[in-house]
Design a protein around this ligand. Structure first.
Ligand code: UDP
Length: 234
């Protein structure tokens, strides 16, 4: 595999072409952003940690029968992945209320959401990734009705695999964001799953173990990412 030109640079990752037309290299950076990139910073070794955590979780999900873009881990900061066409939809799954849903609906922090709630956001930085409904998705031709149904089924299945995995490691999976891509007409889970894209609360202490430490200046950011890695890859 030969790494080629950069295809895309996002806030936390770069994507490179390879000599294989349907494979890309996903490179994990230390850059961190929050509040639609109004807050910027660096979390030392975050790229290494998130590549390892994502690798472990993609392997776990593949074993559970969820098709993902993941092919293999190449190095500390790089994974080989299928080249997919990312759907411009962020899927958020919530087991507890926190973050944007609290501000939007005035819910109590930590409210149990059972069955879990699925929300869709339109992936467009210039619009601030607005919340959208299935009707918006249909109206804007972002995905077909069948694809939306698959996104919901897949997201709930992923939640059912990840929730007990983290529970066994003393972490509550509060909420998380998924991105999916199309590959040969198939929907694959893509992007990453990491403390950048999930919220974890320590079951014993309630301590925040995710990017909220960066968003809210809670301190001990690097140490917390390393602790999540230790628990996930132990
Ligand atoms: N999330 C993400 N990327 C985004 C927005 C949200 O990974 O651009 C994740 C976030 O880390 C959390 C979940 O999605 O685990 C729900 O986020 P929320 O809608 O509460 O938004 P926030 O409070 O982060 O603005």
């Amino acid at each position: 595999m030969i790494q080629g030109d950069m295809l895309y640079e996002g806030k936390a990752k770069k994507i490179f072409l390879t000599d294989q037309p349907d494979e890309v290299v996903q490179y994990f950076k230390d850059d961190a952003t929050a509040f639609n990139a109004q807050k910027k910073g660096t979390i030392l070794e975050k790229g290494i940690v998130n590549n390892k955590i994502s690798t472990r979780l993609f392997e776990l999900l593949e074993q559970a029968g969820v098709a993902t873009h993941f092919l293999k881990k190449l190095s500390d900061r790089e994974m080989l992945a299928r080249r997919v066409k990312i759907l411009p939809i962020e899927v958020v799954i919530r087991n507890r209320a926190t973050g944007s849903i609290i501000k939007r609906l005035g819910l109590e922090e930590g409210l149990v959401i059972d069955p879990p709630l699925i929300e869709f956001f339109y992936k467009d930085d210039s619009l601030g990734d607005p919340l959208i409904t299935e009707d918006h998705i249909r109206m804007m031709n972002l995905a077909t009705s069948d694809q939306v149904a698959s996104l919901k089924t897949l997201s709930l299945k992923i939640n059912e695999v990840l929730k007990p995995f983290f529970q066994e490691r003393g972490m509550m999976l509060v909420d998380f964001k998924l991105e999916f891509g199309l590959w040969n007409g198939q929907i694959l889970l893509a992007d990453e799953i990491s403390p950048d894209t999930c919220r974890f609360w320590d079951i014993q202490t309630g301590e925040r173990m995710d990017k909220d430490r960066f968003r809210k200046d809670l301190g001990r950011i690097e140490e917390t990412y390393q602790e999540v890695l230790r628990r996930v890859c132990a």
